[in-house]
Design a binder for this molecule. Structure first.
Ligand SMILES: *[C@@H]1O[C@H](CO)[C@@H](O)[C@H](O)[C@H]1NC(C)=O
Ligand SMILES: *[C@@H]1O[C@H](CO)[C@@H](O)[C@H](O)[C@H]1NC(C)=O
Ligand SMILES: *[C@@H]1O[C@H](CO)[C@@H](O)[C@H](O)[C@H]1NC(C)=O
Ligand SMILES: *[C@@H]1O[C@H](CO)[C@@H](O)[C@H](O)[C@H]1NC(C)=O
Ligand SMILES: *[C@@H]1O[C@H](CO)[C@@H](O)[C@H](O)[C@H]1NC(C)=O
Ligand SMILES: *[C@@H]1O[C@H](CO)[C@@H](O)[C@H](O)[C@H]1NC(C)=O
Ligand SMILES: *[C@@H]1O[C@H](CO)[C@@H](O)[C@H](O)[C@H]1NC(C)=O
Length: 512
C-alpha cells in the first residue's frame, strides 16, 4: 500500500500520538504566499471564536470562551485589525468591528491599542452613530490618567485597582508600558502634546524604578509595599515589545531624535534574548521563562504574537531597524509555519522544534498569525505605502545603524530567573473576581451607564462600581442597568446599544 500524506493524516500518526498535516507552505519573499498562510491560520484562530454563534449569550460578544481571558480577546481583535490592514481580507471585519464596539474590558490597553491600530490603518469606520476608533482610544487614555498613582513609588499605574485583588500592590510593565505605548501613538497620530508629555513621564517613571534597566531589559513589575525599591526580574517577550513600539513611535515623531533612537535600539537589542534558543534554531523566537520547561499558560502562549506585532510596526517607524527585524521575523515565521502542521494546520507552541508539538490554542494560533502576517509589513511590496498618509512628519537619515548579534546559546537559568514569590500572569486569576466595567452609553439625548462584572468564572460575587464619566461635551452618565456577566441577565442590551456612543470605562488600572 502506498502511503500518501493524506492517508497518513486520516490514520493519524500512532507513534507520535498526533494527527499531522503538511506544514504550511511559506515563501517569505512572496506576499501572495504570506497572505495565503496568514489566511489559513486566521481561519484556524477564528474557530475559537464561538461567542457570536446562534444562541450564544449576547453579552459574550467579542469574548473568547474559557479559559481565555478578556485581555487576550482584545489582543486577538488587534491582531485581526492588522490582518485586514496587511492582507485586505475582510472576512473577519464584521466580527472584529462588532467586538471592538461592544466590548470593554478589564484589560483595556489591549483593546485601546486595537482601536488605535484601526485608526492608524484606516480600518473601516463604524457607523457614525458609534464612536470612531480614535475617540475610543482617547477615552481609554483619559480614564487611565487619573489612575496614575502618586501615593507610592512617585507614580505608576497599579496592576489592579481593588485592594482585595492580588496584584493590587504590583506596579507592572505591561500596565505602564501599555499606557506609554497608547500615549505615544496618540501623540504621533494627533500631534497633541499632552500625549507626548505623558509618554515621556511614563517612560521616565518606568526607567526610574528599574522596570527598564540600563541595558533596556524590561522586567515584569515592582512592589509598591516596598516603595518600588525591588523589581521582579522576570522577562517576558511582550513587555519589551510593548515599550519598543512606543519608543519607535517617539523616535519617528521626534524626526529621529538621538534620545529615542538610543532607546529604540536598546530595546530591540534587549529583545535579542527572545530569539535563538538553540544553535539549530537561529533567529527563531521563543519565550525563555516558560517554553523550554513547557510551563507556559494560556496567556503566555500568546506573547510571541505581540513581540512580532510590535517589532514589525517599530521597524516601519524606525526604518533603520528593518534589516534586523526582518531577519528575526522571517526566521521565526518559517519556524512558525512549520509548526502549523497539526490537524487542519493547527499551529503548535514551540517553533524551535522544527514541526508540530501537539500543543494548540488561541495563543499559538495568534502568535503564528502575527509573526507571519508581519512580513507583509516588512516586505518591499507590502501595504506600508498605503499608510504613509498617517505619518505627518518629515524624515531624516538615521544617525546610526543597529546590528543585533546572533545568539546561539540557550539563556542561562540565572539570567532568566525570577525574583521571589511573584508569578505575574497567574495573579490575574483571583484578581478577576473583583473587576468591574462601566460602559457609558450616550445616545445623544439620554445617558445610560451600565455596569458589568468583567471577570471570568467565580465572579458572581464581584463587586461592581459605577462611575460617572463625561465624554467630551456629552452629559455625565447615570446608572441604569446593572448586569452580571455570568448571569447575562441583560435583556435591554441590544436596544441600549442601538445608535449609541459607547465609551469604555474600566475600574482596574491593569490590562492583564
Ligand atoms: C529572499 O530574498 C532575499 C533577497 O532579497 C534572499 O537573500 C533570500 O535568500 C530570499 N529568501 C528565500 C527564502 O527565498
Ligand atoms: C461568528 O464569527 C465567525 C468568525 O468570524 C464566522 O465564521 C461565523 O459565521 C460567525 N457566526 C455567526 C452566527 O455570525
Ligand atoms: C518612594 O520612592 C520615591 C521615588 O521612587 C521617593 O520620591 C519617595 O520619597 C519614596 N517614599 C518613601 C516613603 O520612601
Ligand atoms: C489633547 O488631548 C487631551 C487628552 O485627550 C485633551 O484633553 C485636550 O483637549 C487635547 N488638546 C487639544 C488641543 O486637542
Ligand atoms: C519634524 O519635522 C517637521 C518638518 O521639518 C516639523 O514640522 C516638525 O515640527 C518636527 N517635529 C518635531 C517633533 O520636532
Ligand atoms: C517615520 O515613519 C515613516 C513610515 O511610517 C518613515 O518613512 C520615516 O522615515 C520615519 N521617520 C524616521 C525619522 O525614521
Ligand atoms: C534543536 O535542538 C533542541 C535541543 O536539543 C531540540 O529540542 C529541538 O527539537 C531541535 N530542533 C530541531 C529543528 O532540530
Amino acid at each position: 500500500m502506498k502511503f500518501t500524506i493524506s492517508t497518513m493524516k486520516s490514520l493519524g500518526l500512532a507513534a507520535a500520538g498526533l494527527q499531522i498535516a503538511e506544514a504550511l507552505q511559506l515563501d517569505v519573499n512572496n506576499s501572495a504566499s504570506i497572505r495565503s498562510a496568514s489566511s489559513t491560520i486566521a481561519y484556524g484562530l477564528m474557530k475559537y471564536y464561538v461567542s457570536n454563534a446562534t444562541g450564544a449569550n449576547p453579552t459574550a460578544v467579542g469574548t473568547l470562551p474559557g479559559p481565555y481571558y478578556w485581555w487576550e480577546a482584545g489582543a486577538m481583535w488587534g491582531g485581526l485589525v492588522d490582518y485586514y490592514a496587511y492582507t485586505n481580507d475582510m472576512s473577519y471585519n464584521p466580527s472584529t468591528t462588532q467586538a471592538l464596539l461592544t466590548q470593554g474590558n478589564d484589560d483595556q490597553a489591549f483593546w485601546a491599542l486595537a482601536a488605535m491600530s484601526a485608526a492608524e490603518y484606516g480600518y473601516p469606520d463604524p457607523p457614525s452613530s458609534s464612536p470612531q476608533w480614535l475617540s475610543l482610544a482617547e477615552a481609554v487614555f483619559n480614564i487611565m490618567v487619573p489612575r496614575w498613582d502618586m501615593t507610592t513609588c512617585a507614580g505608576g499605574l497599579r496592576w489592579q485597582i481593588f485592594s482585595s485583588n492580588a496584584g493590587y500592590d504590583y506596579k507592572n510593565s505591561i500596565s505602564n508600558g501599555g499606557f506609554f505605548q497608547l500615549a505615544a501613538r496618540l501623540g504621533r497620530y494627533t500631534g497633541n502634546q499632552t500625549y507626548i508629555d505623558w509618554a515621556e513621564k511614563i517612560w521616565d517613571w518606568s526607567a526610574g524604578v528599574g522596570l527598564i534597566d540600563r541595558d533596556y531589559a524590561v522586567f515584569d513589575g515592582t512592589d509598591l509595599k516596598i516603595n518600588c525599591t525591588g523589581v521582579d526580574h522576570t522577562q517576558w517577550s511582550y513587555n519589551v515589545g510593548m515599550y519598543l513600539h512606543g519608543a519607535a513611535t517617539l523616535y519617528n515623531y521626534t524626526n529621529g531624535s538621538a534620545l529615542w533612537e538610543s532607546r529604540t535600539s536598546g530595546l530591540l537589542q534587549a529583545s535579542n534574548i527572545f530569539f535563538s534558543p538553540f544553535p539549530n534554531a537561529t533567529d527563531v523566537m521563543f519565550e525563555p521563562v516558560c517554553e523550554l520547561a513547557s510551563t507556559c499558560n494560556y496567556d503566555q502562549f500568546s506573547f510571541k504574537a505581540y513581540l512580532s506585532r510590535w517589532m514589525a510596526k517599530s521597524a516601519i517607524l524606525a526604518p533603520y531597524t528593518i534589516a534586523s527585524v526582518t531577519r528575526l521575523l522571517r526566521a521565526s515565521a518559517l519556524a512558525a509555519a512549520a509548526s502549523c502542521s497539526g490537524p487542519d494546520n493547527a499551529c503548535g507552541a514551540k517553533w524551535y522544534v522544527g514541526g508540530f508539538d501537539g500543543v494548540v490554542g488561541v495563543g499559538q494560533q495568534l502568535s503564528a498569525l502575527e509573526t507571519i502576517q508581519s512580513l507583509l509589513l516588512l516586505n518591499a511590496d507590502g501595504p506600508v505605502a498605503m499608510h504613509e498618509g498617517n505619518v505627518k512628519i518629515s524624515t531624516i537619515a538615521p544617525t546610526s545603524s543597529l546590528s543585533i548579534p546572533d545568539r546561539t546559546a540557550a539563556p542561562t537559568p540565572a539570567a532568566m530567573s525570577r525574583s521571589a514569590g511573584l508569578t505575574p500572569r497567574d495573579m490575574a486569576l483571583p484578581a478577576a473576581a473583583a473587576a468591574a466595567v462601566s460602559l457609558l452609553v450616550i445616545d445623544g439625548s439620554a445617558a445610560t451607564a451600565r455596569v458589568m462584572s468583567t471577570s471570568e468564572s467565580s465572579v458572581s460575587a464581584a463587586s461592581t462600581h459605577i462611575t460617572s464619566l463625561s465624554s467630551g461635551n456629552t452629559a455625565a452618565a447615570a446608572p441604569a442597568v446593572t448586569t452580571n456577566r455570568n448571569t447575562g441577565a441583560d435583556s435591554t442590551r441590544s436596544e441600549a446599544w442601538a445608535g449609541a456612543v459607547v465609551v469604555v470605562a474600566v475600574f482596574r488600572s491593569e490590562f492583564l
